[in-house]
Design a protein around this ligand. Structure first.
Ligand code: ATP
Ligand code: MG
Length: 719
């Protein structure tokens, strides 16, 4: 077994796999097999007779966790499936439910996601009469989350803010306090609570701590560079007896400091365990030498890093190319053309390509272009399936059935579909509930006492009855049955059907998709098939979780979500100063270094071909902005090669202006070579560039047809 497992490892990897006892830190560059070491190490432990239930592996996304699980069970069929590979959040959610009675918690607590969280913050701001314009909800929600990442209670935040004379902080601390009260009243927890509550339960209940230390004798953490303080303490507590903890990470890939991740956790690891064994991995198995050296060249500009040697034996058959576009549409067209022609010649599959961007908003142009070009694509991240309004509605029904005290869900569905309960009625009832220290649900029987008129009060009662009708089904029935009953009996589906618009049809399709997902959950996905199990699972899904959607398609995602993944061909887009590096980060060394690490993460995802794309102008909030190429392009060793060509084109326009035209259309192919309209080739994609006095802008045509016609002064002469 040992030979079989180490056969596919290099000596350093094998050393790490075979070192099973005591603390171990693997601190190595991208693509050196860190994740591979973790899976092989678990398989090796199992082969030694360690029971699978005593191994815990933690990572950051469910996608990474299920991938890891699959690899372990491939290595050790049968036994591997029982290893608990999970994200920090899902581990803690399970822990809190299992131990609820011991730590005086309602085991049926709900998990609020970022959207729910913001809506509670909004309620708090309103209740405290705080000006929403001065205190942005997302900033407050973020500050509360950061406090939880650092295990700080509202009182800690208030004390710190007061001693620093920080008025903003003092106000946020007040909001934080009320926010916690509201969450408790609704029996809900946000993501930060899951970790923070687990940590404090382990700290306060020594018998629990002892039990879990005995249970998980072997602990492994992937992407350790992205852990925050709370997660760090959690691992430290759990590993406190046997010290069999293995962490792997890469300081150059730390990209979540804005979410509380603390790179010092790596340094602290060595302080906590002075006898920790440390293994270096230096051979990269993922990328070609050219890609690797370019990525290293860029990351070397960072001062705050531990220098590493990284080499590869992979053949030198890859490339790093700069693509320059005239605007964001042209950027998408150029990429579409490259992907399409390669896929057309069967050189590559669509799924071998990934397009990374810095901000979610950039995906829109790619979506439009790829749709026109008939390139199948999957977006990971933006408007996740579970964030769509209709899906959130149905889920809110489920949450309310599960826990009627959940005010957020109550308010979401009380008048969807319309039941004649207006905004004012709900506000009146909510104020009443607040006054009486009840949930809105609990105040329904007192609707008239609260001041509601007869109509809405009756409607509320029949709504309450509707929810109550699920009380038996909720504990014994199947989740699928509940969903089906919700959408029919509430007449939600009927209202959508009656609407009969393209949008409502898509919504119906999505709801049907939800039913299949629930079916899949009941049949295959989970041991806990209850409504609670289902709600926990979907609450903990994160942005990177749409594995099945990406088969046979080009992947579109933000750079942050690309961590740990690999693709043959990678496009990094929008490499322009101000976009990437983003905003003002260029003026702050710390932020700039984080942006550069993000660039490094993006570049090191590529196996064979890497494209660095930028465009000279880009529409931002409806305004055209002229851009400078990102410094990362220069740091990667590229000069602006096409400046000369651009100069020529401008000269051409100037000439025409002097001939009396006030604008002219120059058709160009995607390599920027000017072409005549008539030479359009049916299979490929062309961008048009329209020069006007105001500058230039472009739009695309596809399949030889111009998608938008444009008038110009003298067609005969112009074309
Ligand atoms: P990242 O830093 O991006 O998370 P990583 O260090 O976790 O990368 P892996 O994803 O484990 O690296 O490995 C990168 C690629 O190299 C994978 O395709 C993996 O299968 C391959 N690989 C790793 N080690 C070996 C090896 N010894 N022999 C062959 N292939 C290997
Ligand atoms: Mg990895």
């Amino acid at each position: 077994m040992k030979e079989m497992l180490t056969k596919n490892l290099n000596p350093s990897q094998a050393e790490a796999v075979l070192c099973t006892e005591g603390p171990l830190i693997i601190f190595a560059g991208a693509g050196t097999g860190k994740t591979r070491v973790i899976t092989h190490r678990i398989a090796y432990l199992l082969s030694l007779g360690v029971v699978s239930q005593s191994v815990l592996a933690v990572t950051f996304t469910n996608k990474a966790a299920s991938e890891m699980k699959k690899r372990i069970s491939d290595l050790i069929p049968g036994v591997g499936v029982n290893v608990w590979v999970s994200t920090f959040h899902s581990f803690c959610a399970h822990f809190l439910r299992a131990e609820a009675s011991r730590i005086s918690l309602n085991p049926y607590f709900l998990i609020y996601d970022f959207i729910d969280q913001k809506s509670v913050v909004k309620d708090c701001v309103k209740e405290l009469n705080i000006d929403e314009k001065k205190f942005k909800l997302s900033i407050i929600a973020d500050k509360i989350s950061r406090a939880k990442d650092n295990l700080k209670f509202p009182s800690d935040m208030a004390a710190e803010a007061e001693s620093a004379g920080d008025f903003f902080g003092i106000t946020v601390a007040k909001i934080y306090e009320l926010y916690q009260k509201k969450l408790e009243r609704a029996d809900a927890m946000d993501f930060g609570d899951l970790i923070m509550r687990t940590v404090s339960a382990l700290q306060r209940h020594s018998e629990l701590l002892e039990y879990y230390r005995e249970k998980y004798k072997y602990i492994m953490v992937d992407e350790y560079q992205d852990t925050n303080h709370a997660q760090y303490i959690f691992i430290k507590l759990l590993a406190g007896k046997y010290h069999n903890v293995c962490v792997v990470g890469d300081d150059d890939q730390s990209v979540y400091s804005w979410r509380g991740a603390d790179i010092n956790n790596i340094l602290d690891f060595e302080k906590d365990y002075p006898n920790a064994k440390s293994v270096k991995l230096e051979q990269n198995y993922r990328s070609t030498p050219k890609i690797l050296s370019t990525a290293n060249q860029v990351v070397k500009y960072n001062n705050a890093r531990i220098s590493k040697r990284l080499w590869t034996q992979n053949p030198d058959n890859g490339s790093v190319t700069v693509l320059k576009a005239v605007n964001e549409n042209d950027e998408a067209v150029k990429i579409a053309e490259l992907i399409y022609s390669n896929a057309y010649d069967n050189k590559c599959k669509f799924s071998d390509y990934a397009v990374f961007y810095r901000t979610n908003a950039q995906s829109r142009t790619f979506e439009d272009t790829f749709r026109l070009s008939r390139i199948p694509y999957a977006i990971v991240g933006t408007l996740r399936f579970y964030d769509r309004a209709e899906i959130k509605d149905v889920i809110a029904y489920l949450k309310l059935i599960y826990n009627p005290n959940d005010n957020v869900s109550f308010k979401r569905v009380i008048n969807i579909p319309r039941r004649g309960i207006g905004k004012t009625s709900i506000e009146t009832l909510e104020n009443f509930a607040q006054l009486k220290n009840m949930s809105i649900w609990q105040s329904v029987p007192f609707a008239q006492e609260a001041g509601l008129t007869k109509g809405p009060a009756e409607a509320l009662n029949s709504f309450a009855q509707f929810i109550k009708d699920f009380s038996t089904l909720k504990n014994s029935g199947s989740v699928k049955l509940i969903v089906e009953k919700v959408i029919t009996d509430s007449e939600y589906l009927k209202e959508l059907e009656a609407e009969n618009t393209p949008e409502s049809k898509i919504k119906i399709e999505n709801i049907q998709e939800l039913i299949s997902a629930v079916d899949d959950f009941e049949k295959n996905r989970s041991l806990d098939k209850s409504l609670a199990g289902y709600l926990t699972q979907i609450a903990l899904m994160n942005d990177a979780d749409s594995p099945d959607e990406s088969k046979g398609k080009v992947t579109l995602m933000t750079l942050h979500l690309a961590k740990g993944l690999e693709f043959d061909n990678v496009f990094i887009c929008g490499l322009e100063e101000g976009l990437f590096p983003m905003g003002e980060s260029a003026f702050n060394d710390k932020e700039l270094e984080e942006e550069r690490r993000l660039m490094y993460v993006g570049m090191t995802r590529a196996r064979k071909c890497l494209y660095l794309c930028w465009s000279t102008e880009r529409k931002v909030y409806g305004k055209i902005i002229w851009n400078m190429p990102s410094r990362f392009i220069a740091e990667a060793g590229f000069k602006d090669e096409s400046a000369e060509m651009e100069q020529n084109r401008k000269q051409n326009f100037q000439n025409r202006l002097s001939q009396g035209f006030n604008r002219t259309i120059i058709h160009s192919d995607s390599f920027g070579r000017e072409q005549n309209f008539r030479s359009f080739n049916k299979k490929s994609f062309k961008a048009e560039i329209v020069y006007t006095n105001a500058g230039s802008y472009g739009y695309m045509s596809s399949g030889g047809e111009i998608t938008k016609a444009e008038r110009f002064d003298n067609p005969a002469e112009d074309l």
